[in-house]
Design a protein around this ligand. Structure first.
Ligand code: ZN
Length: 490
């Protein structure tokens, strides 16, 4: 019997058409139940290694496919069979990170990514902090991305980003899960006080740096920088004594920590290929171009190799909303950061909290010449809530009411400035007004940072509603990310 016919006659199941693939005589597909919304993997042919139950197909008899739950074990076997389901390093191609806190967004991300062949995709991306808040694991995040990619028949290279790794101990679980991009965040070791401290204090701070770990002395450091002009193409940069010592005092310990993390990671990866990102974006004070130059040249001297770097840019990169700051100042600074990234790499500039920054995308696209990584995460959760606001207004009202209660407690570790007083109490709003809250600054941030609490309370209903209305969710994601990615296409 022909395959199309077999798949059509799987009673109670609807096959995702793009998922169907035949390799070495075995057919694989993803399907969802008509009643129960849970998805299943179907395997017809060589089923060794998969765990599931035979489908009682009307005409297939014993020949029906094995239907397998979406377990970690089945995901691993499937990745072993279909090589395009394994994440890979993406090199210097313009890229976008699609963090997905709920584990259901990848098909929507694929819908968007499909339209932008010039942009490489990171479909699995979650930080240690977000894993803790969502109760997910590094492996679970990769598996959810795997199923989404498989569902939509994505065959292009994609990456997996272990985001904001702060300690060596955090690295292992991501290595075991096959991540390809490791974002090292030495932010806890940045001395923000050195940003404004008087020169004598800065010098005292620098004297106490871990010079052994830095394989350096203060004198050698001065010899490498003072009186030297760093060619950045159109322009050049010099470091005088004071800014040099300030850069060292501020970032010296962070550099030492990054080196420690990098060497640990390289050792754990064995011979396997991986990429590194260095991020200091979550620190209080901006990274000046001179400091960026210092960080990059010191990391190079110490043998660290990286694909992307996230300075802390000027202005405010708050969660889920547009850039807040002076666009001219941002542009002037970014031009220098981009020149440094070209001259000392080349490597990509990474834009963290990169979603919804529509006013600066054209500037970034123009100045980086494509050497850029746009990292997003919570914005896909907000699109999920937008879908809920349309599909189940009652649930959305409960979530909003609860988020209002939780905001003051949950906002602590995030860069947000929303005022609760500006977020309407849900009871007074008509159903038609609810989706509009996803356009409102304060409501976006309040909903954005309370995701952990909301998932604890409403996770089951939220996921079930999204699964039931998955096409609504995917379409919202698709158009949302079209807006994000189109400015980066030349
Ligand atoms: Zn970040």
């Amino acid at each position: 019997m022909d395959l199309d016919q077999t798949l059509k006659e799987l009673a109670g199941l609807t096959v995702y058409p793009r998922s169907v693939v035949q390799v070495d005589g075995t057919t694989y597909f993803l399907a969802r139940g008509d009643e129960a919304s849970r998805r299943v993997l179907g395997v017809l042919g060589d089923t060794s290694g998969f765990e599931g139950a035979r489908h009682e197909s009307a005409t297939g008899g014993d020949g029906g496919p094995l239907l397998c739950p979406l377990t970690p074990g089945n995901a691993a076997v499937l990745r072993g069979r279909l090589r395009w389901l394994r994440p890979v390093p993406l090199g210097l191609k313009t890229s976008a990170g699609f963090g997905d806190r709920l584990g259901l967004a990848t098909p929507g991300h694929v819908w968007a990514a499909r339209q932008f062949s010039g942009i490489a995709s990171i479909f699995a991306q979650q930080s240690v902090r977000e894993n803790a808040r969502t109760g997910r694991t590094p492996q679970g995040v990769v598996d959810d991305a795997t199923w989404g990619i498989f569902q939509e028949g994505w065959r292009e290279p994609w990456g997996a980003d272990a985001d904001h790794l702060k300690t060596p101990a955090a690295v292992d679980a991501f290595v075991a899960a096959g991540y390809t991009l490791y974002t090292i965040d030495p932010g806890d070791h940045v001395d923000n006080a050195a940003h404004t401290a008087p020169p004598a204090e800065v010098e005292a701070k620098a004297q106490t740096l871990p010079w052994d770990a830095l394989e350096d002395t203060a004198l050698d450091m001065e010899r490498r920088y003072l009186g030297r002009s760093f060619d950045l193409g159109d322009t050049a940069l010099t470091l005088d004594r004071e800014p040099l010592w300030r850069a060292a005092a501020k970032y010296g310990r962070a550099i030492a920590h990054t080196v420690r993390m990098y060497r640990y990671l390289a050792d754990r990866m064995g011979g396997n290929d991986f990429e590194l990102e260095v991020s200091v974006d979550e620190t209080e004070t901006p990274t000046s171009p001179a400091e960026h130059l210092f960080i990059a040249s010191e990391l190079r001297r110490l043998g660290v190799r990286w694909a992307s770097l996230a300075p802390r840019y000027v202005g405010r990169f708050e969660k889920g909303v547009d850039y807040i700051g002076d666009l001219i100042e941002f542009e002037t600074e970014l031009a220098k950061h981009a020149a440094i990234a070209r001259a000392l790499g080349p490597y990509k500039l990474s834009i963290h909290s990169g979603s919804d920054k529509f006013s600066i995308y054209p500037i970034i696209a123009r100045l980086t010449h494509g050497l850029v990584h746009l990292k997003t995460a919570g914005t896909s959760y907000l699109e999920a809530l937008r879908a809920i606001s349309q599909a189940d207004p009652g649930l959305f009202r409960q979530i909003l009411g609860f988020a209002r209660e939780r905001y003051d407690g949950d906002r602590a570790t995030y860069h947000v400035s929303a005022q609760l007083a500006n977020v309407p109490v849900p009871d007074g709003l008509r159903d038609e007004a609810l989706p509009g809250l996803l356009e409102q600054f304060d409501a976006r941030q309040v909903l954005h940072v309370t995701f952990g609490s909301v998932l604890d309370r409403f996770g089951g209903r939220l996921l079930a509603t999204l699964e039931k209305h998955e096409e609504v969710y995917y379409s919202l994601l698709e158009s949302h990310f079209e807006r994000h990615l189109s400015p980066f296409i030349a």
